[in-house]
Design a protein around this ligand. Sequence first.
Ligand SMILES: [Zn+2]
Length: 207
Amino acid sequence: MRAPVVLALVLVLVLGVDRADAAPMDVTFPISIAVATKDGHPAQDDPWIAQQIEDANALYGPVGVRFRWTMRREISDTHAEMHSRADRDALAPLVEKNVIDVFVVSALEDVDEPGRFRKGVAWTSKPDGKRFLILSAVAPRTVLAHELGHFFGNGHTDVPDNLMSYVRTAGGTVFLDDTQIERIHLFSSRFLASGRLPDVGPPRLFP
Ligand SMILES: [Zn+2]
């Protein structure tokens, strides 16, 4: 009688640990938005920014990662147009602590292909190695979600309608695949563990 009891106990413990490892992620990360002004006007308006964040939440929310817009500020005209690496690096002193920094600018030129304009970029500044996102005011929907995909460690893919692809089909639904979701969970765990980002999720409801 003793062996089966021990076995059952071991099974319960093992399954319990397994269950804890596979616990679904439920985290909300803070996003700070800095909007460049041009001729006294912000490069984009708040509803446009809110839509970008809402689209990101629609894609990441189902896998337990959400984003909350926690800060908003305007930055000077000198940052309205990004043409060079130096222009992007000049944003580094403006990053906030313990948030995902997103800069919204009026123009974002490719630094490798002059004349080509980008809709967004995930940038690591030199020499200080600060990581932040830059969105062009002309970015269509889901560009913030795409740049967040880079922020959470994902590269590009050619699969049509994948969030990390440039290819969209008419009427297609944008999606993340299992490997990308795993990477997002891995990076989320690292950000939390290192203190790089806090969870600003809503407090749990207690009875
Ligand atoms: Zn990309």
